[in-house]
Write a protein that binds this ligand. Structure first.
Ligand code: FAD
Length: 385
């Protein structure tokens, strides 16, 4: 029997393993994390009908998904920095539109997939250090600690810093020139009613001065606040913001939003706990490689992009499910790669354009117009005031 090893148990790798198992094909997932709760998975994701939701359908998990999804999480408000409301979208209470891009918490999604896998599928604490092609055409995976695993087919689903990618391409992620900072408001409804009301059931964004201040409700009572700021690759070290001392970091970050509507800056006061900076990097738009038998990449390992198109997890899941179907049916992985990379290129282009748009001068009005142009295909009412 063909032995399949999947490096990385994120949403892409787990979806791939689950769809393989639905079709009676076993796979082993080597995951670096020590266990399912080893790392805060954070955040909420909206799954699209044709990508994330399609993949869960193929995984036999459509009903499980509906049980954890929050359609009302599609509500959004968009403001400029001074506090002028530019757009409000409200999710209808009934109808198919509720299910066009419902939100679900990433930990709940990951749990849905993990619970569906056969026991022992995920080998926790198994970090891949490198992989190589053996003389017999199989692949050997080297694990941290010295152990090796041989396989007939190797899937690189190990994210941005993939250890499998060098088998196919020398491409590496490059900084986008934008950095993100995440902060969390805990127990929002009870402890921070003003912040809770501002964010509503879904998401809040304010744009201006080449900066983004956004906040999104999660299903666990938290609101995650994200800042996006232009800055060089070493911004985290050179900005002077003491990220290791969260309370001082919050004060320094507030200074970057001086002059913004006070109720927006107050969102930062409502946060507690760590202040987590993230350098946003991306692989080249339109990345390709020469097909090699017995190995491929999916998700961020294949086509990392900035989060400004909101597509990365959706693509990773679609890639994982599609690849599983190809492997289970003895199809052509080369053709799978063609389709995957073309689909990813379109999203990566959109992501790069959106990044520039959201951090441009006059971003708020431009983004309002962008959202309005989607309104036909989206869901939702426009209750502009
Ligand atoms: C701030 C932010 C917001 C985002 N919002 C959205 C959104 O709204 N919608 C959306 O669709 N996407 C969003 N994304 C993108 C999305 O998070 C990613 O595209 C998605 O998680 C990619 O899934 P993946 O399975 O390919 O990789 P990952 O989620 O990165 O999973 C890779 C897995 O591999 C493991 N791993 C890594 N290295 C190794 C190794 N050497 N050996 C073994 N295991 C390893 C990791 O521990 C991890 O579990 C966002 C990203 C960011 C940063």
């Amino acid at each position: 029997m063909t032995r399949i090893v999947i490096a990385g148990g994120g949403l892409g790798g787990l979806t791939c393993a689950r769809v393989l198992q639905v079709h009676g094909v076993e796979a082993v997932v080597c995951e670096r994390d020590a266990g399912p709760g080893a790392r805060v998975q954070g955040g909420t994701l909206d799954l699209t009908v044709d990508e994330g939701q399609w993949a869960l359908q193929e995984a036999g998990l459509a009903a499980g998904y509906r049980a954890i999804a929050r359609p009302e999480g599609q509500d959004m408000v968009l403001y400029d920095a001074s506090g002028t409301l530019l757009r409000r979208e409200i999710t209808p209470d009934t109808g198919d539109a509720r299910w066009s891009r419902p939100e679900a918490d990433r930990p709940a999604l990951r749990k849905l997939l993990l619970d569906a896998l056969a026991a022992g599928t995920v080998h926790w604490g198994h970090a891949v250090t490198r992989a190589e092609r053996s003389a017999d055409g199989r692949y050997r995976v080297h694990l941290d600690g010295g152990e090796t695993l041989d396989c007939d087919f190797l899937v690189g689903a190990d994210g941005a810093r993939s250890r499998v990618r060098p088998l196919l391409t020398p491409a590496e992620p490059v900084p986008t020139g934008v950095n993100s900072v995440e902060l969390v408001i805990h127990d929002a409804d009870r402890a921070h009613p003003a912040a809770s009301a501002l964010v509503g059931r879904g998401s809040f964004s304010a744009l201006g001065q080449q900066r983004v201040l956004s906040a999104q409700r999660n299903g666990d009572g938290t609101i995650r606040v994200h800042l996006a700021l232009r800055g060089a690759e070493d911004w985290v070290e050179t900005s002077g913001i003491p990220f290791g001392a969260p309370d001082r970091a919050r004060v320094a970050l507030k200074e970057l939003f001086a002059g913004w509507a006070p109720e927006f800056v107050a969102l930062l006061d409502a946060t507690s706990g760590p202040v987590t900076p993230m350098r946003l990097a991306a692989l080249p738009v339109g990345i390709r490689w020469d097909h090699q038998p017995g190995v491929t990449l999916i998700g961020d390992a294949a086509h990392l992009m900035s989060p400004f198109a909101g597509q990365g997890a959706n693509l990773a899941m679609r890639d994982g499910a599609e690849l599983a179907l190809v492997l289970a049916r003895g199809g052509e992985v080369r053709e799978f790669e063609e389709v995957m990379l073309e689909r990813a290129a379109a999203s990566a282009r959109m992501s790069a354009e959106n990044l520039e748009l959201f951090l441009s001068d006059g971003a708020a009005e431009a983004v309002r117009d962008l959202f309005a142009s989607f309104a036909g295909e989206a869901v939702v009412g426009d209750d502009r005031r």
